[in-house]
Ligand binder design. Structure first.
Ligand SMILES: Nc1ncnc2c1ncn2[C@@H]1O[C@H](COP(=O)(O)OP(=O)(O)OP(=O)(O)O)[C@@H](O)[C@H]1O
Length: 247
């Protein structure tokens, strides 16, 4: 039976080497919710997302996914358990074709499910089919971001962590990414995303959490945070265009 709570983070302190970056962070994420993580450069957004997937150093605190403690699991085990992350930046296998990358993304799946998973993400992102035999390293930054997202979605994560999914994309492709996130949430997937397009991200989020210097500064319904004068002044100087996608 699906749990009402996808993720619970309690008294979480994480960072690198001997240095916690995010400190004493606690939050509960209901199943199917979309949360925007907002904060200035270096606020700790990526560090927090990576820590949920086990990619950096855990100092203290508890992480519970669908009622089970996961802070001791490896990233691969977290992926198998239903957590997926699309990190910031370009693709991992630039010398392989789009098709080969998609096969890599489905590596942990049984053979029978792998081809269905590849089929399903190419339906979601038709661009991948068009660039099927192209080397991933020759795709544009935005296309590589879409490829990376597709590779994670192949594993049908129930919790999806997105680090700057629209970074480097044209306004039209940004809209496509946000529309995709919206449709993913419609399938009951819980999403937590850090985004530089704060307006676009808040528009499709239920909730926003603002980080400042590694600590939670504000947490509330996206609509309220969007109208908070402090947040507006700091992050919403200009409102990016959100248009209907058609690529
Ligand atoms: N691998 C690392 N080793 C040591 N320190 C790191 C590492 N990665 C990030 N940091 C530090 O952690 C702090 C938070 O960085 P983080 O990338 O989490 O911020 P952010 O909010 O995602 O910023 P941005 O919006 O600029 O990506 C920064 O001071 C950064 O220098």
């Amino acid at each position: 039976m699906a749990s009402d709570i996808a993720l619970e983070i309690s008294d979480w302190s994480v960072g690198y080497l001997d240095h916690p970056i995010v400190r004493d962070f606690s939050a509960v994420f209901p199943t199917g919710s979309v949360t925007s993580l907002i904060g200035g450069n270096g606020a700790g957004k990526s560090t927090l997302l990576k820590s949920i997937f086990g990619l950096n150093k855990h100092f203290s605190g508890k992480l519970t996914f669908e009622g089970k403690s996961v802070e001791g699991l490896s990233p691969a085990a977290r992926l198998k358990t239903g957590i997926g992350i699309v990190p910031q930046g370009r693709c991992n296998f630039p010398q392989m074709t789009v098709h080969e990358n998609l096969e890599m993304g489905a590596y942990l799946l049984p053979r029978t499910r792998a081809s269905a998973a590849i089929e399903s993400v190419t339906e979601l992102f038709p661009m991948l089919r068009r660039k099927w035999r192209q080397l991933a390293g020759n795709l544009s930054g935005g296309e590589q971001q879409i490829l990376e997202t597709a590779m994670v979605l192949e594993n049908s994560p129930r919790l999806l962590l997105l680090d700057e999914p629209s970074l480097g994309l044209s306004p039209r492709m940004q809209s496509e990414v946000f529309e995709t996130v919206n449709s993913i949430r419609g399938k009951g997937v819980t999403v937590i995303m850090a985004e530089q397009n704060v307006f676009g991200s808040l528009m499709i989020s239920d909730r926003a959490i603002v980080l400042e210097l590694g600590r939670k500064f504000a947490d509330g319904p996206a609509r309220d945070v969007m109208h908070d004068p402090r947040i507006k002044a700091a992050f919403l100087g200009g409102e990016p265009v959100v248009e209907t996608a058609d690529i």
